[in-house]
Design a binder for this molecule. Structure first.
Ligand SMILES: Nc1ncnc2c1ncn2[C@@H]1O[C@H](COP(=O)(O)OP(=O)(O)OP(=O)(O)O)[C@@H](O)[C@H]1O
Ligand SMILES: [Mg+2]
Length: 290
């Protein structure tokens, strides 16, 4: 079994078997590629159809989900890891329609937990109420903490940008995941793309190298455009999908969420294809410069 714990098995074991919580870890090799902005907006997009979604900020060194959401929860993972609170006691609901478990900002000593504490903490995820999704925003890189969260989730999303260093590091984290757990499919998001073809090129490159050299399947889940509204939203401490729902980045995340949820894209045109999707790609084709 991957690690001693498997989030899915724990969550299913503790809850009734009719409902299954999908645990999705969002990770990256290089830091600062957009994991947190994406995780927050993805959680909100998934909750659009009344799905219950909890977002866990598992970046134990540099927590920032609450910063992106502009909230200061009273309790956070620090209290859980120190044994002062249980995980299900620190969950807070936010106006965007999701629940969050805040990270432990500034407590850098928590970034490298010993094995026993880490497993005890991960096992508490099984106590959580029966959500449709648990999105886990992890720290970047290949520390054992990150790998524990990532390999114990049902589904793994690796975020990269088109930057060469981010691509190399994405391959690095995929390789580390493959060394611990090969039965899972990794799904790739290329963030901060200028064009659709750039996104495709980056994804193809990583997927091809992984299929050649690693015993793990990597799939292209989608891309997010470079968009000034993302940074603007971060400055206002509001998720871009809520404050700028018509932005290109929000459009991309909605498409990704629909794909994850297996639901039809929102149809704004009456045609078979989502108006948003159509608009997005028409715009891109016109703007695309190679
Ligand atoms: N699609 C985008 N377009 C423009 N800017 C973006 C986009 N995605 C992310 N950014 C910018 O990148 C910055 C870093 O994003 P974020 O904090 O989500 O990265 P991260 O991967 O979570 O970082 P860390 O590894 O430190 O946790 C954000 O403040 C935002 O301004
Ligand atoms: Mg982050």
């Amino acid at each position: 079994m991957d690690q001693a714990s498997n989030l899915r098995k724990l969550v299913v074991a503790k809850n009734d078997s009719t409902k299954k919580t999908r645990t999705i870890a969002v990770t990256s090799g290089k830091g600062g590629v957009g994991k947190t902005s994406f995780s927050v907006s993805l959680a909100i997009a998934l909750a659009r159809d009344k799905s219950s979604v909890t977002l866990l900020d598992a970046d134990l060194g540099l927590a920032n989900v609450n910063v992106v959401l502009g909230i200061i929860p009273k309790y956070n993972l620090y209290h859980v890891i120190k044994g002062k609170k249980r995980l299900n006691e620190i969950i807070v609901s936010v106006p965007e329609g999701i629940k969050i478990i805040a990270g432990a900002p500034g407590y850098h000593q928590l970034a490298n937990l010993d094995e026993k504490t880490r497993l005890k903490f991960i096992s508490q995820l099984g106590d959580m109420e029966n959500d449709d999704y648990l999105i886990v925003d992890t720290g970047a890189g290949v520390s054992q903490n990150v790998l524990s969260f990532v390999t114990s989730a049902d589904e793994i999303i690796v975020v990269t940008t088109p930057e060469p260093t981010a691509i190399t590091d994405a391959y690095g984290i995929i390789k580390s995941i493959a060394s611990q757990s090969t039965e899972k499919t990794i799904r790739l998001i290329v963030n901060r793309c200028q064009t659709v073809s750039e996104a495709r090129r980056v994804a193809d490159r990583i997927i091809n190298i992984a299929s050649q050299f690693l015993n793990i399947k990597v799939e292209n889940l989608g891309f997010i455009f470079e968009d000034t509204f993302v940074a603007k939203a971060v400055r206002h401490q509001k998720p871009f999908i809520s404050s700028y729902p018509k932005s290109r980045a929000a459009g991309c995340v909605n498409i990704i969420a629909d794909k994850i949820a297996g639901r039809e894209p929102e149809n704004n045109t009456g045609g078979g294809i989502s108006g948003l999707f159509k608009k997005l790609f028409t715009q891109v084709d016109e703007e695309e410069v190679e």
